[in-house]
Design a protein around this ligand. Structure first.
Ligand SMILES: NC(=O)c1ccc[n+]([C@@H]2O[C@H](COP(=O)([O-])OP(=O)(O)OC[C@H]3O[C@@H](n4cnc5c(N)ncnc54)[C@H](O)[C@@H]3O)[C@@H](O)[C@H]2O)c1
Length: 340
């Protein structure tokens, strides 16, 4: 059997870290990325870390015929589908852009999996499917409310599409992984988050402020009903997320799954407030961050963190990085970008 995995969005933040871990475990990898939010340089970083070259196709996955050519050229054992637009705020401003890209690319991936007999899929979902939850920590049985944004809705729809596809294609196996808040960078300092579009997530903004790329960090809301008034999130190191994908793919390949569709949360289980994360960053970097508490931001959930018991048990997965290691590696990456 081939051990070649198709990674969509492989030059992106989580995709490139997952390629590193797949190479480390002996898999072959082919990546498809249209470079809409990433640079081809990510593959250079992967090569520096692993010594291995990524075979990449610069193709838009919404283009069915171009994507079909990739499937003709390789025999895939599995697919990890990362490619998507991911900026929540932008999805509110430009909903059709998100519905088109995130849904059409997944339709094509499913159709081509059927056409070429690919049996295993891991799908990047998000804790944003839970919206504002009443009971914390949140587990996979929590009913999903109406999505807070078009982005979150594309993840809810994506999960339903895969589930429906699995119902009528019993030989097809899929797992949706709902990530909480991926942060940090490869411990080598050679790979990290480097989006083409403006960073939306807290940690790249924070390291950007510390290095002087941005003037000030705004913390949106200091009057929430949380222990220090700021939002609470479940930050998780990107390499821990990447490892979970390798384990999930192995779980499907070795048919350890009892049902052909399943969902797992990927979070550490620890809720950390925005201010606590800032203090952790200041501690490991020795930098004082220029931040201010601003007004609440529309669409932000107050607190969300994961009950990850299901994934810890099924995949025998554990998180190796704590919040300080997440901030330390992110800072190392920011400094290495500044010196390059
Ligand atoms: N980073 C997070 O905070 C987070 C949280 C939860 C879920 N996710 C999901 O995880 C996945 C990966 O996120 P990421 O942080 O690595 O994002 P990213 O933007 O760094 O990577 C996504 C990659 O997909 C590519 N891409 C997008 N549309 C494409 C298309 N039509 N054809 C080909 N390539 C395309 C982009 O160029 C980019 O390289 C996404 O599906 C995202 O929604 C991310």
């Amino acid at each position: 059997m081939s051990n070649c995995i198709l990674i969509t969005g492989g030059s992106g933040y989580i995709g490139s870290h997952t390629i590193i871990e797949l190479f480390n475990k002996g898999f072959e990898v082919v990546s498809v990325d249209n470079q809409s939010n990433s640079s081809i340089n990510a593959y250079e970083s992967v090569k520096k870390i692993t010594g291995k070259e990524v075979k990449n196709y610069t193709i838009d996955l919404c283009d069915l015929n171009a994507t079909r050519e990739v499937f003709k050229n390789h025999q895939f054992t599995g697919i990890i589908h990362f490619a998507a637009y991911k900026a929540v705020g932008e999805s509110v401003e430009e909903p059709l852009k998100y519905y088109h890209n995130n849904i059409a690319s997944l339709v094509n991936i499913l159709a081509l999996s059927k056409e070429f007999g690919v049996k295993n899929l891991i799908f990047s979902s998000s804790c944003s499917v839970y919206g504002n939850v009443e009971k914390l920590p949140v587990d996979e049985n929590t009913p999903l409310p109406k999505a807070e944004s078009p982005y979150a809705y594309t993840k809810q729809i994506g999960e339903v599409m895969i589930q429906d596809f699995c119902k009528v294609n019993q030989e097809f196996n899929a797992i949706a992984l709902r990530y909480f808040n991926p942060v940090g960078a490869h411990p080598s300092g050679l790979n990290g988050e480097s989006p083409i579009n403006k960073p939306n997530n807290l940690v790249p903004i924070r390291t950007g402020v510390a290095i002087g790329k941005m003037a000030q960090l705004t913390v949106y809301g200091g009057d929430y009903p949380t222990r220090d008034g700021t939002c609470v999130r479940d930050y998780i190191h990107v390499s821990d997320i990447a490892n979970a994908h390798v384990l999930a793919m192995g779980y499907l390949i070795h048919q350890k799954n009892s049902s052909n569709y399943d969902v797992f949360n990927l979070g550490t289980g620890n809720g950390v407030s925005v201010l606590e994360a800032i203090y952790a960053f200041e501690k490991v970097s020795g930098q004082k961050l220029n931040y201010k508490i601003g007004p609440r931001r529309e669409g932000d959930v107050i607190a969300v963190y994961s009950d990850s018991a299901k994934v810890f048990k099924a995949l025998n997965w554990q998180c190796e990085h704590d919040i300080e290691s997440m901030m330390d590696t992110a800072w190392k990456w920011e400094k290495s970008m500044a010196n390059s």
